[in-house]
Design a protein around this ligand. Structure first.
Ligand code: HEC
Ligand code: HEC
Length: 188
C-alpha cells in the first residue's frame, strides 16, 4: 500500500504553511468583550489543547494497530471525504490538519470515542470546508502563475483559520491577528 498522499489531502494537512503565532482572543468570548490572552497564557492553552489532541489520536491509533496502511474507508465506518488515504494518515490529518489549524481538540467536532457519528454540526461544517479547499486549489490556485521551479502554493485549513475556530468572528480577527497599522475590525 502506497503511503503517498493525494495532492488535495496534502493541501489540507501540510503543517508548514502560515504558522505564525496568533494572539487569540479568549475562548468563549465571541459574543461579548474579547480579552486577548497574554503570550504565556496562550502557550499554556495551546499546549493543553495539543496534548488532548495527541492523546485522542494515540487512542485511535491503538485501536487500529496493524491496519494503519489500509484505506481509511475500510478501517473506519463513516468516511465521505477522506476516501483512499491510509487510515493512520487520516488520524494525522485530524490532529495536525484539522485540530491544530483550528486551535481545537477532537471534541470540537466529535463526541470523543464516537468518532463515526455525525452528531456535531462542526463535523459537517468541516466536510464543507474540505470541499471548499479542494475546489479553491483545483480550480483556482492551479491557474495562478508560479515562478519556474517554485512550489505551487496551496490553500489549507491553516491559511484562514490560523489556530482559531472562527477566523472572522463577529468582531473580526482578534487584535493580535491584525497587522500593525491595520484599522480596527469595525472600521470602514
Ligand atoms: C474540525 C473538525 C474535526 C476535528 C477537530 C477532528 N475531526 Fe475527526 N473527523 C472530522 C470529519 C469531518 C470526519 C469525517 C471524514 C470523512 O467523512 O471522510 C472525521 C472522522 C474521524 C474518524 C473516522 C471515524 C469513522 O469511523 O468514520 C476518526 C477516528 C476521527 N475523526 C478521529 C479524530 C481525532 C482523534 C481527532 C483529534 C485528534 C479528530 N478526529 C478531530 C472532523 C474533525
Ligand atoms: C478561505 C478561508 C477558509 C479556509 C481555507 C477554511 N476555512 Fe473553515 N471557516 C472559514 C470561515 C470564514 C468560517 C466561519 C467563521 C465564523 O462563523 O465566524 C469557518 C468556519 C469553520 C468551522 C465552524 C466553526 C464554528 O465555530 O462553528 C469549521 C469546523 C471549519 N471552518 C473547519 C475548517 C477546516 C477543517 C478547514 C480545512 C479543510 C477549513 N475550515 C478551511 C474560513 C475558512
Amino acid at each position: 500500500m502506497s503511503d503517498k498522499v493525494p495532492v488535495p489531502i496534502t493541501a489540507v494537512s501540510s503543517p508548514a504553511a502560515n504558522t505564525q503565532p496568533v494572539a487569540q482572543a479568549q475562548a468563549g468570548g465571541l459574543g461579548g468583550q474579547r480579552v486577548p490572552l497574554t503570550d504565556s497564557a496562550r502557550r499554556v492553552r495551546d499546549s493543553t489543547t495539543a496534548a488532548r489532541r495527541d492523546s485522542g489520536a494515540a487512542s485511535v491509533l491503538r485501536s487500529i494497530a496493524g491496519r494503519e496502511t489500509q484505506p481509511a474507508e475500510s478501517v473506519f465506518k463513516n468516511i465521505k471525504i477522506l476516501k483512499g488515504i491510509p487510515a493512520g494518515r487520516l488520524v494525522n490529518i485530524m490532529n495536525m490538519g484539522f485540530g491544530r489549524s483550528l486551535g481545537v481538540s477532537c471534541g470540537f467536532c466529535h463526541v470523543p470515542g464516537k468518532w463515526d457519528v455525525d452528531d456535531k454540526e462542526e463535523k459537517n461544517t468541516a466536510r464543507l470546508m474540505f470541499a471548499m479547499v479542494q475546489t479553491i486549489n483545483r480550480d483556482f490556485i492551479s491557474k495562478v502563475p508560479v515562478d519556474t521551479g517554485a512550489q505551487r502554493p496551496v490553500v489549507n485549513c491553516m491559511t484562514c483559520h490560523r489556530g482559531m475556530p472562527r477566523p472572522m468572528g463577529p468582531d473580526g480577527p482578534p487584535p493580535g491577528n491584525r497587522p500593525p497599522g491595520a484599522p480596527p475590525a469595525s472600521g470602514g
